[in-house]
Design a protein around this ligand. Sequence first.
Ligand code: ZN
Length: 108
Amino acid sequence: MKQKHSKKPQEQRRIAKERINILFEQAKLRFKEDSSLSDRYVEIARKIAMKYKVRIPRELKRRFCKHCHKYLVPGANSSVRLTQKKVVYYCLNCKKYMRFPYNKKAGD
Ligand SMILES: [Zn+2]
């Protein structure tokens, strides 16, 4: 007997997280050849996160613009500034800022 969608929710969320990580990895790899592909990957990752109610990891959240959702690469389409307490990302696409407090390095 075949069963559709037999996976448990927690199993689905685990898979969703994996897919989000893979999408960001791809976005990073493809950025040079076609940054619009990277933007698509971010979009898909966000949709997966919403659908399965998983959080996008903090270290990935700073890799796309929270305003226009473009994949951000410092030096290419964004600039990064360090202030005393915060890391400030400036999106060259929508000209908006994102601020993140310093935290333990998540390893990049
Ligand atoms: Zn932006």
